[in-house]
Design a protein. Sequence first.
Length: 571
Amino acid sequence: MGLSSSEAPAASLLSTLAKALQAESDQLKNARREITLFSGEYVGAFAEYYYYRFEIPEELPLRGVERASFMFSQLQPVTIEGKILGLDNQFLTVALPINFGSVLPEIKCSWNHEDHLKPIINALDVAVDNHPVVSALFHPEEPANAHPANIEPTFLPTTTQEQQDAIKKILNTRVAYVWGPIRSGKTHLLALTALNYLKAGKKVLMVAKTNDRVDQAVTQTISLSADLGVDLKAIGARVGLPSKLEAERLGSLSLEYEVGEQKGEKKKMFEERVALLQNYWRTKIHQSLHEDFYGKLSELRQRTNENRKQLDKVSDELKGHKETISREQHASMLEKLKKGFSKEEIGAAQKGLAEKQAQQKRLQAMQQALTTELMRMEAQAPIDSSELKEYQSAVKRLGELGGVKKVAEEVEAFIAVDERALLSSKRFVVTTAATILSDPRLRNNQFDLVVVDDAESVPLPHLAALALRATDRMVVAGDPYQLGPKSYSSSELAQTWLQRDIFLHIARTEHLHQLVEWSQRNAQWCIFLSSHVPTSVKLSSFVASVPLNDQLKVSASPETKGKIYFLDTGD
């Protein structure tokens, strides 16, 4: 349910939102926090990160989680930090700082939810009373939402009149809502708005829910920047790893890529140590990827060594038996009487000798078979002898330098880049909503304009926390006909504040069909983009006619053919 303007002020609203998010965090303590991933397919690389795609079960509680720990190897477990790039149906794409080859057989992924929820809760708890952008976000109908910007917008020759009018409204409103159905030019409009602010020397934050959508926004902004005379490469930073499809196009704007380049230059000063660590980890990874083979090889070597020890023991015992019998055979009668050699003892010694000789024969045959099998397996080893030699040499040298951990820490300390300072110099930051709210490098950064795309899927507490980052204005863009936010908890608190679409919340309705009239009544700050470029004309015409009350303009021929099928999935 929405709040009327006479109800709780921003401070109490923020407190309620923090309480709802804390309840969600408490519920998530009982949720699954790890999964073993199998048969990861290598799908690309970017900025010294390697992307792997895994199939996973449904409903894995990973919403908002972007950082995770990954453990590989069962014999000698190693844990590394990686990133979760996105969930696509039942597939999870992760980015790891180590190249495991074309297929990653098995790796354990673990995460926690406090990393991305706690910073948001803290921000809401300590927020200043009646923050102007937060107040306008939840009460855009208030007169204070009228807030003209001292910016004369620049348009392109291709900018439609609808988009020009929309930008002018945005520049005269503290918080503007943009309702853009699919293929209505929403991303284009947001890019133009951001570029006009940047052209005026302002700082802009642009966020979306997923990495794919962030990359689309960045790509659109880059394509328009030259025509508006804005050098994004000098002032922009795409924070977080891009999706695999956009990696090459977004390299010039990527913070991770820029950091990687700076670290690469510094690594040249530590060339020996870097090479040693690379050789060490290359073989370590190869061993972990073939753990079954090397486990069997290690077991075979152990059996061979144990058999050899038994053989050596039997050989020593044989020697003793032989010496005893030899002394008896060569002893004089007097010596035999003095030492008490009896026929029974001599017979026992001879019997023992025969048994040990038979045992020795069996062990020798076993040793020959084990040695043959060991040589065969070693010849088939996935790691060749030259690599093993380099690995052993690297281990020895790293030991002389203080060990792998110490050398790695020294290298990391030397090549470290002050990413917080680097980001503070950027006037245009583009990232996911989860990153801007939880990444320590960005925790205190403020922006003149905050643009939120896919806002219909962003929970209300997150939107409030994003509004706290805006010093001047905010654009909330999305399509309420798309899926709204989700929560792990199903409590009444969660349903009210974590599962509610911002558009439905502000319109104070539960019914989508009432949104068109609502947007028309509040056209000064709610912008409905009515133009539509159809991909499937028949479907677009249906959507424009039925759910949107003929408010969407679709260019379609009357002779357009095609059928629309309705499937009842109620059961």
